[in-house]
Design a protein around this ligand. Structure first.
Ligand code: SF4
Length: 190
């Protein structure tokens, strides 16, 4: 299945109750041949309105962080664990993540990235669990590369704080900036 075919399925999906309250599903956006993939938690209000990931305040901050890592937004692929906005931006429920995760798995299989950056706890926990790694929590896991074996070969899992978390808690911002500097080094070695 191509990324476009996955996106068509996502936009018409009714596999979990989140389809009832969405304006637009948000399949993902970016370079289909990206070496670096970013996975967040779920769309927020602006993403729901525009049908694109990370276009609000957290997206603006992500763009700044991408610059720190020496990346253009057009060269990476960005998506979320859950493709429709949870009401009031609540955390996605386990059943919603389970229903939606086959789309993410298909996107990863199609892109076959060299590095997957997990934006926040939900994303990191899902990816660690899926690839058989014990998840120590985002505070301990962040900023470190984890080598993962997959059906398409090795890739690096790299968890960081969710940009939105560093908007609410400014004390986390230097850590996020540091981790994107580490990411820059990782990418240069890939
Ligand atoms: S969140 Fe995922 S599983 Fe639920 S309706 Fe949207 S696309 Fe389908």
């Amino acid at each position: 299945m191509t990324l476009d075919e996955i996106a068509v399925q996502v936009r018409t999906c009714t596999k979990c109750p989140l389809y009832k309250t969405r304006t637009n599903a948000v399949p993902g956006d970016g370079n289909p041949h990206a070496k670096i993939m970013f996975i967040g938690e779920a769309p927020g209000m602006n993403e729901d309105l525009q049908g694109k990931p990370f276009v609000g305040a957290a997206g603006k901050l992500l763009n700044t962080m991408l610059e720190k890592a020496g990346l253009e937004r057009s060269e990476v692929y960005i998506t979320n664990i859950v493709k429709c906005r949870p009401p009031e931006n609540r955390d996605p429920l386990p059943d919603e993540k389970e229903a939606c995760s086959p789309y993410l798995d298909a996107q990863i299989g199609q892109i076959q990235p060299h590095v997957i950056v997990c934006l926040g706890r939900h994303s990191a926990e899902y990816m660690f669990t899926k690839y058989g790694l014990e998840f120590p929590g985002i505070t301990k896991a962040r900023g470190q590369p984890y080598k993962v074996d997959s059906l398409f070969g090795h890739f690096i899992l790299f968890p960081v704080y969710h940009p939105a978390a560093t908007i609410y808690n400014q004390q986390l911002r230097p850590t996020l900036e540091h981790d994107f500097e580490v990411l820059r080094g990782l990418i240069n070695n890939e």
